[in-house]
Design a protein around this ligand. Structure first.
Ligand SMILES: [Zn+2]
Length: 67
């Protein structure tokens, strides 16, 4: 489990949106980008991120698009 205090300050690096914990990943609540939690430490790096289902390139995620 990630500490709530840490979860509060971590953000999706693209959209600056909050993340939620889900099955050993931290998932962006807007774009669905998934960041792995390795040995209890969240790795908030785009190189390590898993794209949401149906998305082939990082430029297609919601956080990468202008509102
Ligand atoms: Zn995002």
């Amino acid at each position: 489990m990630i500490e709530q205090a840490l979860l509060e300050i971590l953000r999706c690096p693209i959209g600056k949106v909050k993340l939620k914990e889900e099955n050993n990943f931290l998932v962006c609540t807007r774009c669905g980008l998934k960041f792995p939690i390795k040995d209890g430490i969240p790795v908030i790096l785009l190189d390590e991120a898993v794209l949401p289902e149906g998305v082939k390139h990082i430029s297609e995620i919601k956080c990468a698009k202008k509102q």
